[in-house]
Design a binder for this molecule. Structure first.
Ligand code: ADP
Ligand code: MG
Length: 463
């Protein structure tokens, strides 16, 4: 038999069969992006968007596809792949423009960009332990580091706190800077992006801001959920996004929740977040937690007995930051006491470690208490109706910090401040965010409160 086009109803049946068996997201990401080209004897040729697709698909989805084909075609087929020709026709990211390449070699343009928010060299792919909970995101980040602007653009990674989003995102930056020293990578917290924008607006230098964020090859923007409710920043980010995406520059975003759960975000942005690939990280399995502990121990030059590792890994399940924190504390204590790293010692350390279950870093009552003490007002006043200027400021700062340091919704935050509604919280957060850029006293007050919160929480966790 010579090659024949694949009958559309056969292919529709195949997809239907698969759709009944996988999640919507898995179906959209993998199966709906395939195009059957031709069929010949026991071979079917399928077109896919890019080479990484094949790599991942073969490892994870091929058996299901084969079974589906057997179901709709009646016998076993070998799958062959072809990458969409457009993939090879799209140009690679442009080399840096002339004005970004000064005649004198130093400072390197990339280094200039990076010095804005330096990358942590420990956050590399080599130091990242891959398990089922993160392998998809890891593979996507690797693909982006290999071929920025083309593999998946944008890449959106979500998962609760302490699961390695920042680590993976920075690993892309570290890998790119290692291999392509001329690549202009910018890593920035979403909040910093917003503060810089506000600063640029107030100093009348929005052109400079745009130049900074649009003249680059890779934008890594961390904790994008922070955009929720920040309309002006959303507007600017929308244009930044379009400029970069149109220029085939890579955008990577992380968030503590999936795009559709980010509150108060414009639809046009929301839809863009899902244009490329949306991928999640879930809490690691016991095996992965053990591997992470052993990896960290070897980085720290510690000898970690298996039973101690098992004890820690069993106790801390949902946050890698807490997992590693427990190990570091244990190591410090064993050095201090000149005692071996033993199960006994570990039990001692772990009795105070609270696994926050991926939840908020600080509880709202703790934030309210700390803010109230700082402003010297009773903490009930934050939940009450009084509006003296000191109380109102304290209340707004506390709301802002709840927004920043918990994963609560605006409604939940409003509720914990004497049943205020979400627009009050939104207004307070916006006001504090704007004001802290201009008002150095407020800025240092916020830092001082955050330091106290951190100290309190360390004390409570015993870290
Ligand atoms: P998130 O951004 O998701 O809150 P981070 O990327 O800051 O989390 O990770 C918290 C800590 O846990 C970091 O020190 C990071 O290196 C470590 N970590 C998380 N996941 C892994 C992993 N799979 N392998 C090694 N270290 C990890
Ligand atoms: Mg992070």
């Amino acid at each position: 038999m010579s090659p024949q086009p694949v009958d559309t109803s056969v292919w529709a049946n195949t997809l239907e069969w698969i759709r009944d068996r996988v999640s919507g997201q898995r179906f959209e990401t993998w199966f709906s992006r395939m195009r059957p080209l031709e069929i010949e004897n026991d071979r079917i040729l399928i077109e896919v968007p890019n080479p990484f697709f094949i790599e991942w698909f073969e490892r994870h989805n091929l058996p299901l596809l084969r079974e589906a084909l057997r179901h709709s075609l009646g016998s076993g087929y070998t799958v062959q792949w072809r990458v969409q020709p457009e993939y090879y026709r799209t140009p690679a990211p442009d080399p840096p423009s002339a004005e970004m390449r000064p005649a004198v070699p130093a400072p390197d343009p990339a280094a200039v960009c990076l010095s804005r928010t330096p990358l942590n060299p420990r956050y590399s792919f080599e130091n990242f332990v891959v398990g089922r909970s993160n392998e998809f995101s890891h593979a996507a980040c690797r693909a982006v580091a290999r071929d920025p602007g083309r593999a998946y653009n944008p890449l959106f990674i979500h998962g609760s706190t302490g699961l390695g989003k920042t680590h993976l995102m920075q690993a892309i930056g570290n890998a790119l800077l290692c291999e392509r020293t001329r690549c202009r990578v910018v890593y920035v917290y979403c909040e910093k992006f917003m503060n810089e924008l506000i600063e640029a607006i107030s100093s009348g230098d929005t052109a400079g801001f745009r130049q900074r964020y649009r003249n680059l090859d890779v934008l890594l923007i961390d904790d994008i959920h922070f955009l929720g409710g920040r309309e002006a920043t959303q507007e600017e980010f929308f244009h930044t996004f379009n400029a970069l995406h149109d220029g085939r520059k890579q955008i990577v975003m992380t968030s503590d929740r999936p795009p559709k759960e980010i509150e108060n975000i414009e639809l046009r942005l929301l839809s863009r977040f899902s244009w490329g690939l949306v991928s999640d990280i879930s809490p690691p399995s016991l095996e992965t937690r053990l591997a992470i502990l052993h990896r960290r121990a070897s980085v720290e030059n510690l000898s970690l007995p298996d039973d101690v590792a098992l004890l820690i890994a069993n106790q801390v399940r949902s946050n890698v930051r807490v997992l590693e924190g427990s190990l570091v504390k244990l190591a410090a204590l064993s050095r201090l006491l000149q005692a071996e790293l033993s199960v006994d010692l570990a039990q001692d350390v772990l009795k105070d470690v609270v696994d926050p279950d991926g939840g908020p870093r600080y509880a709202p009552p703790c934030i309210q208490e700390t803010v109230a003490r700082f402003f010297d007002v009773p903490s009930e006043a934050l939940r009450g109706k009084r509006r003296t200027s000191r109380i109102a400021t304290a209340r707004q700062v506390a709301m802002y910090l709840c927004r920043k340091h918990t994963s609560l919704t605006l409604n939940d935050i409003g509720r914990s401040f004497g049943h205020r509604d979400h627009s009050t919280v939104l207004h307070a957060c916006g006001k504090v965010a704007r004001q802290r850029v201009r008002d150095s006293q407020l800025e240092s007050a916020i830092h001082a409160i955050e330091d106290r919160l951190e100290t309190e929480s360390r004390k409570n966790r015993g870290v």
